[in-house]
Ligand binder design. Structure first.
Ligand SMILES: [Zn+2]
Length: 151
């Protein structure tokens, strides 16, 4: 198994690796099994090199996400943030509409400018990061000209 496959397997299990100096940080620690720990130790030099490379452009759609993480964006918990989902735009996949918060990668329940008949998928945020809700300082408000959806 090469470093690329190991990284993909770890990401597929919900583990995110990052480089801190010459050390590899793994999050969340609760998901790190002894098996993965041994793999990381065994291939540490290659993994450090891989993580040090300038990052590939972040995934823009579900297929690019799959190529990086080995799972679809919706295979991770919707209520959890995910660093790989922040760069995904709203997208129709197999007649399902997926939209993730660009701030945290959680499911984005609050949308603006959604007009599918005009091919506009709008902009979406989770309730925590919805800029209009943040401005108004309260949630559940109806904003003229925007669509608010609570999922
Ligand atoms: Zn968010």
């Amino acid at each position: 198994m090469g470093a690329n496959e190991i990284l993909k397997a770890l990401n597929g299990s919900g583990l995110i690796l990052s480089l801190v100096g010459e050390s590899i940080r793994v999050a969340p620690p609760g998901k790190l099994t002894d098996e993965f720990r041994a793999l990381i130790r065994e291939h540490k030099a290659e993994l450090v090199e891989l993580l040090r490379k300038p990052n590939d452009p972040p995934p823009k759609n579900a297929h690019e996400f799959f190529a990086v993480y080995g799972k679809w964006p919706w295979n991770f918990q919707y209520v959890d943030s995910h660093p790989g989902r922040v760069s995904l735009g709203p997208e129709m996949v197999n007649q399902m509409f997926y939209h993730w918060c660009p701030e945290c990668g959680r499911w984005a329940a609050c949308g603006d400018g959604f007009n599918p008949s005009k091919g506009k998928l709008g902009r979406w945020w989770c309730a925590r990061h919805d800029p209009t809700l943040a401005q108004n300082g309260h949630s559940g408000a109806v904003h003229p000209g925007r669509n608010s959806v609570i999922a």
